[in-house]
Design a protein around this ligand. Structure first.
Ligand SMILES: NC(=O)c1ccc[n+]([C@@H]2O[C@H](COP(=O)([O-])OP(=O)(O)OC[C@H]3O[C@@H](n4cnc5c(N)ncnc54)[C@H](O)[C@@H]3O)[C@@H](O)[C@H]2O)c1
Length: 334
């Protein structure tokens, strides 16, 4: 899987909703790739893509995969519809950039990861938070030793209440939102050894509106993730605090502001942008997809691997087990 690919990389988008549109834009704007097709069962979305990009569109994934000579696909279908298109694309030898979560069950995520390994294609999952400017700055400061050894990580995220088509399970927050923060926790702090999840607030519909997950990392550090759905909130808001042995880092709303407080040094504040979190999310998705394309062209594996995708799903599944049993759960990241 290390061979370089001819430029421009021929990429198709599967699922042309708000995120699929963003994928298409990232591909079109990349000097290393060309958008060759879009697939969506919704005729209005196909019309829109055809008008915008003058490319063929397809109602069925199989029809699209039979047609053009594709190098890679991106998948931006609803969460529960990632698996089949991904398996079909992998079977035809395409590399896959899949929106998070890889799947809605751990078993399906495993099938995808195993299929990609068998077919020797790359499968990446869009843990785009790693590409947010504030989160990257925090990662760099941490790696430079600006706060010493990581002892604790606190993440707080609030999101609008998801529509019924997304809220397909009481604990959907774990797979659709908190997977990002499971991944950030691993990215900053390494593997998780144990976690304990608690539903703090449940709506009359049964949907968990507030969830806390505490994690013990193999390094000895601790993490706490607090996720909430808030009625009336129009966009995601999120805050990260990393506490080290000699200081702390705070990152606000992905790319707005990062603050470094390091023992004996003046506080450093980097005001990065003033933009709304939605735009930060869009920017980080585009940056991630552009990196995925560039790495494929260079014959390099994606920086967010299929295993990272699977690890997020393992942590979500462990959190469901903990919610059910009311007990901490040991985690073995395979
Ligand atoms: N990385 C992030 O920060 C981030 C942010 C928002 C959403 N997402 C993820 O992106 C994905 C898409 O989100 P969205 O808001 O654009 O969803 P959406 O439901 O608005 O759009 C999905 C599109 O997929 C199409 N579709 C359904 N089944 C299909 C199939 N079998 N083949 C092809 N197309 C199909 C639908 O017709 C629709 O146009 C979801 O998995 C979501 O969780 C990621």
């Amino acid at each position: 899987m290390t061979q370089t690919l001819d430029m421009p990389l021929r990429v198709a988008v599967i699922g042309y909703g708000p995120i699929g549109r963003l994928h298409a834009r990232a591909i079109v704007d990349s000097p290393s790739a060309t958008l060759v097709a879009v697939c969506d069962p919704d005729p209005a979305r196909r019309d829109e893509a055809r008008r915008q990009w003058s490319i063929p569109t397809y109602a069925s994934v199989d029809d699209m995969l039979n047609e053009p000579c594709l190098d890679a696909v991106t998948i931006a279908t609803p969460d529960h519809l990632h698996v089949e298109p991904a398996l079909a694309a992998i079977a035809r030898g395409c590399h896959v950039f899949c929106e998070k979560p890889l799947a809605t069950t751990l078993a399906d995520a495993r099938r995808m990861v195993e299929a990609a390994a068998d077919r020797q294609v790359h499968l990446s999952v869009d843990y785009n938070r790693r590409f947010g400017a504030g989160y990257r700055q925090a990662w760099q400061w941490l790696r430079e030793g600006a706060v010493g050894r990581l002892e604790g990580c606190l993440i707080r995220v609030t999101d609008p209440v998801p529509p019924a088509k997304v809220a397909r399970a009481p604990h959907v927050m774990l797979t659709t939102l908190l997977v990002h923060f499971f991944d950030l926790t691993r990215w900053y702090g390494g593997e998780v050894g144990q976690l304990c999840a608690r539903a703090e607030e449940t709506a009359p519909t049964g949907l968990i509106h507030r969830l806390t997950v505490s994690l013990e990392l193999a390094s000895g550090a601790n993490a706490m993730i607090v996720g909430s759905y808030r009625a009336g909130q129009s966009c995601t808001r999120e805050w990260l605090t990393l506490v080290g042995t000699t200081g702390s880092i705070v990152a606000e709303n992905i790319d707005q502001r990062v603050i470094l407080a390091s023992a004996g040094l003046p506080q450093r504040v980097r005001q990065l942008t003033q933009q709304a979190t939605e735009l930060a999310i869009d920017d980080s998705i585009v940056a991630h997809l552009r990196e995925f394309i560039d790495r494929l062209v260079a014959g390099r594996a994606p920086s967010v691997s299929a295993r990272d995708g699977l690890s997020g799903m393992q942590l979500a599944a462990a959190a469901v087990d903990s919610l059910t049993s009311g007990k901490p759960v040991e985690v073995q990241i395979a």
